[in-house]
Design a protein. Structure first.
Length: 195
């Protein structure tokens, strides 16, 4: 028996929800709206979405805030189409790389060979030890992958995605942090069964 795929949405302002199981590219998922306590609407995944990851439930233009649990959690680094996995990035990619194609193969681009600062050009072999299958090949040696949108410490993982952290001047929303913490406590408690 196949289980229905669900995306959990907490607040009517949200433009992303949480995938309650893995959603394969091309599969549809029902939208469970917590405030209404019912399923309402569907989305079709245009990329694979791992279990517990964010998925866009609306088109989010580049530069717009990404909203989860009613709070801005970041800014769209690129246009994010409905049904896309949404993941934090450390780099704005060059035009020759497609973010959705890369994310299909994994979210880790590589390891920072030395500290990478926001605004630095990221080049394979110079400041990035490539681990991602798409850029590990020798032909990528010395080539520009993109520009850093966040600092990454030496030895840190450089992630690819479509969501940038909010600017530090906006600070961290403590209420949002508590909501996220409580949501995941509920999931881990076993009180709610998700499979």
């Amino acid at each position: 028996m196949l289980r229905e795929k669900l995306v959990h949405i907490v607040d009517p302002k949200d433009n992303v929800g949480t995938a309650l199981s893995k959603i394969e590219k091309g599969e549809t998922a029902a939208l469970f709206k917590e405030w209404a306590l019912r399923k309402e609407g569907m989305i079709k995944a245009i990329s694979s979405v791992p279990k517990w990851y964010k998925v866009s439930i609306k088109d989010i233009p580049e530069g717009e805030k990404v909203i989860k649990f009613g709070y801005a959690i970041g800014t769209a680094a690129v246009d994010i189409k409905v049904g896309s996995v949404v993941h934090l990035t450390h780099v704005i990619l060059t035009g020759s790389l497609d973010v959705l194609e890369l994310m299909e193969e994994g979210f880790e681009l590589g390891i920072a060979k030395r500290a990478i600062l926001r605004g630095d050009i990221i080049r394979v072999g110079e400041n990035l030890i490539a681990t991602h299958p798409s850029i590990r090949e020798k032909k990528w040696s010395g080539k520009k992958v993109g520009i850093a949108v966040a600092d990454v410490a030496q030895g840190g993982v450089v992630m690819v995605g479509n969501l940038m952290d909010l600017p530090l001047k906006l600070g961290w929303n403590e209420k949002y942090a508590r909501i996220v913490s409580e949501f995941y406590k509920l999931i881990r408690s076993g009180y709610v069964q998700m499979s």
